[in-house]
Structure formats: C-alpha cells, structure tokens
Design a protein around this ligand. Structure first.
Ligand code: IMP
Length: 430
C-alpha cells in the first residue's frame, strides 16, 4: 500500500536525516523538501564518496525518483544551478527527476547582505545564522514583498517587484547601514539568466503531488533543520525562520494533512547544536572536543564546529509531542563506541524544581541544569551490526533506555556513515 511519510529532525538539526532519506528513497516514488533553503546540509555517503546536498532532496541520488522542491522552500537560484551541475558531474542528475514549485520564494542577493548585517547588529545576542539570506527571504514572504519563482518566469512582474524591493532595501542598506547598495540591471540580468536555466523545472508541484497521491504513489517528505529550530516551537529567537516541524510538510508542499500517514523523527544518540542559544546538556570543553572529533561534528554548510552534548530526553519528548512522532530513527550510535560512561538527560532542574517538560523560553532554558542517568558504555565497535541482536547487550540497553525515556519505539538505527551500516527493525513504508 502506498504510504506518505514525513521525516523530521527531532533535535537542533544535523541528526543525519540525509542518510535516512537516502535509504528510504528506495521504497518511495517521490521525495519532497518543504521548508528551509540552502542553510541545510544533508550529507550522504555513496560508495565511500561524500555528497552534500543543500537544496535538492537527498532522494536525487536514486535514478527514477521524482524530487520536489515545495512552495515552503526559499530558493537561491545560483545555489540550485551549482547543485544541479555538481550532481550532473557525478552522474546523479536527470532533468526529468526535479520539479520546483512555482510558489517557492526566491533568495535575492540583498537577502544575504541583510542576513549578515542584522547579525552584526545583534552583537552578543547574534543567532549565528548560516548567512545564506534565509531569514530576510522569509521576512519578505510574510511582509508580502517576496518574489516567487513564478515571477521569475514573467519578466514584467519580476522587473516591477525587483524595482520596489530595491527602493526599500537600498534605502536601508545605504542610509541606515551605510553600506553599498545594489544595482537593478545587475540583479535583473543575473536572474533572467537563471530563469532560462531553471524554467524547465518550475511547475505547480501541489497539483503534481496530489495527482500522484490519487495514483497511489508514495511520498517521502524530507524535513530540514530540526524541531528545536522551528520558528514557532523552537528555542526562539535562536531558531531558523521556517517551521521545521511535521505540520509544515502539508503547508510547505500543498498537500492536506489528511494525506500524511506516518511521522518519523530522526535523533542522534547524543545532541549537537550549531550557532547561539541555550543547550542544557552541552559538554565541558574537553569532552566536547572529544565527541566532536569522534562524530566529525562540523557543519555541512558552513564548516563551523558543532556544539556537542548528551542525549536530552526532555527535548526528545517535546519533539515527539510537537510533531506527533510515531517512530524514531537513532543515528550515530557508533560514535559512542569507546566511551566508558554515557549520560542521558531525563529531567531538568530549574530554580530548585524538577522539570520534566521542555521550556522553550531561552531565558528559562539557559538556567536549566540537566538531571542525568548514567549508563556504562559497551566499548566495542558496532558498525558491523545489521540486526538489533548483533549489538552488544549494553548498546541494546542504551537503545531501550532511550525508547523508555521518549516513549517511542526506535525502528531504524544507524551504526556508520555508509548505506549498509544500518539496522532496519521496521520500515516506515512497509
Ligand atoms: P539560518 O537558518 O541561517 O537563519 O540560521 C538560524 C539558526 O539555525 C542558526 O543557529 C543556524 O546555525 C541554525 N541552522 C540553520 N540550518 C541548520 C541546519 O541545517 N543544521 C543545523 N543548524 C542549522
């Protein structure tokens, strides 16, 4: 039976969704990105080769699967064309496999400049954005100044909308920021060139997806970033500018929520975060450096070292609630192979009280102290495990404890970066 499955990150992003989407693509017909932009970095290892995708769904690595960039995504056309070029060079791209929503909004050169300028203005309270113009592009969408991909296909509309935007943006950039503004002709010429190249992929993707559902095709909705970076439900203001939760799969692709069958949350066996904001289980410097090296925890988009911490079950339970997660995927379990002891945060201590639910207020969260349960490490290499029984008993015990702490079954486990280094207990498309 055809199933439609949403995959979301249940932490602060970088949970290893790229590999899981890549594996599950085999069981679906269509893969859809529904939010975010090229702030995402989805790493997939194919035959020892690392491929990092920022915009195109990770499903593109499988021939014959349709990959859709939905209306909820913000698209930097230059990045999209570079990604297509990279994939073509590696032999992974066929023109007929990519569709881009006519209703997705464009990232413009001034969005990138404004992203960086606003970060400078924030000083110590900067968010640590990826600098890709994501926030300002979504600001324009909501304030109704945005330029859509459909506008790119209509020269007159594009010119008129760009003109209005440049009056507004250049005023701010030149008179408030006292920096160099943008010239109309330069942007116009560049974007008309993009229009020619991207035009063939642009279509009504909501119509396409709904027709596909009628035809009993399966869809995998590929979330980017993670639940705790959601603009409504995350640790605001230290969040990204889109809704990263499962509900957005509907809004960001133009498919009704009644068409979604299952929500899968992806979580790492520990926690990481890039950029600013509270992080209760963050490790001390020595242990953080060690875990970062073991897990190769450097940003796939910016190369920034990721902050590292223990598994946070309070945050995980919150993600389960906000997304309606039916089942979990546990990634990077092998990174913990050599540790003597592993901590699981089961509650927070805040002003002398025990908190079992996740406070999203940054001012509260930064004062929460983790309450840990400690388990003994398994001290064995597990990357060869292909079933749960292949795991050492102590590793099985750790997985069980995470299931108990989150209240959700873990159905897929990743024990290495390669496709084959995976334990599939139950396939969400089954
Ligand atoms: P922006 O999305 O570039 O505006 O950045 C806002 C916050 O989200 C920053 O803390 C970024 O580090 C974080 N962020 C954005 N995209 C990702 C991602 O794909 N993985 C992890 N963190 C991300």
């Amino acid at each position: 039976m055809a199933k439609n499955v949403v995959i979301v990150g249940s932490q602060w992003g970088d949970e290893g969704k790229g590999k899981i989407v890549d594996i599950l693509t085999e069981y679906t017909d269509i893969v859809v990105r529904f939010q975010g932009g090229n702030n995402a970095g989805h790493t997939v290892i194919v035959d020892g080769e690392e491929i990092i995708l920022h915009l195109i769904p990770s499903g593109i690595l499988h021939a014959g699967k349709t990959c859709v960039i939905g209306n909820g995504v913000v698209v930097d056309p230059h990045v999209l064309l570079e990604e297509i070029k990279m994939l073509k060079e590696k032999g992974f791209f066929r023109d007929q496999d990519l569709l881009v929503s006519k209703d997705a909004h464009l990232i413009m050169p001034y969005h990138k400049k404004l992203d960086m300028a606003k970060e400078r203005l924030r000083g110590d309270r900067r968010i640590g954005t990826t600098g890709r113009g994501i926030g300002p592009a979504y600001e324009d969408k909501v304030s109704r100044f945005g330029i859509k991909l459909s506008d790119l296909m209509n020269e007159e509309d594009f010119r008129a909308k760009l003109k209005v935007n440049l009056i507004d943006k250049n005023h701010y950039i030149r008179n408030i920021l006292r920096e160099e503004g943008f010239e109309m002709h330069q942007i116009y010429n560049d974007y008309m060139e993009y229009a020619e190249k991207i035009g063939p992929y642009i279509t009504d993707t909501s119509l396409f997806l709904n027709e596909a559902i009628k035809d009993k095709k399966s869809i995998l909705f590929e979330g980017a970033q993670g639940t705790l970076l959601d603009v409504d439900h995350g640790t605001y203001p230290y969040v990204t500018s889109s809704n990263t939760v499962a509900g957005e799969a509907a809004t960001g692709s133009g498919v009704g929520p009644t068409r979604i069958d299952t929500v899968v949350g992806v979580t790492k066996a520990y926690t990481t975060r890039v950029g600013g904001g509270p992080f209760p289980t963050e490790l001390d410097e020595k242990m953080e450096n060690a875990l970062r090296d073991l897990g190769k925890e450097y940003g796939a988009t910016t190369g920034r070292p990721r902050r590292c911490g223990w598994f946070d079950a309070v945050a995980a339970r919150y993600s389960v609630r906000i997304n309606g997660i039916d089942e979990l995927v546990l990634t990077k379990l092998d990174v913990l192979d050599n540790l003597n002891e592993i901590n699981i945060c089961t509650a927070y201590k805040y002003k002398g009280q025990i908190l079992k639910t996740f406070p999203t207020e940054a001012s509260v969260l930064e004062k929460c102290e983790p309450v840990y349960e400690t388990v003994i490490g398994w001290k064995k290499t597990i990357s060869g495990a292909r079933t749960l029984d292949d795991l050492p008993p102590k590793a099985q015990g750790y997985v069980k404890k995470l299931e108990e702490a989150t209240g959700v079954e873990i159905n897929i486990l990743s024990v290495g970066a390669e496709r084959k280094e995976t334990i599939i207990k139950k396939n969400p498309f089954a």
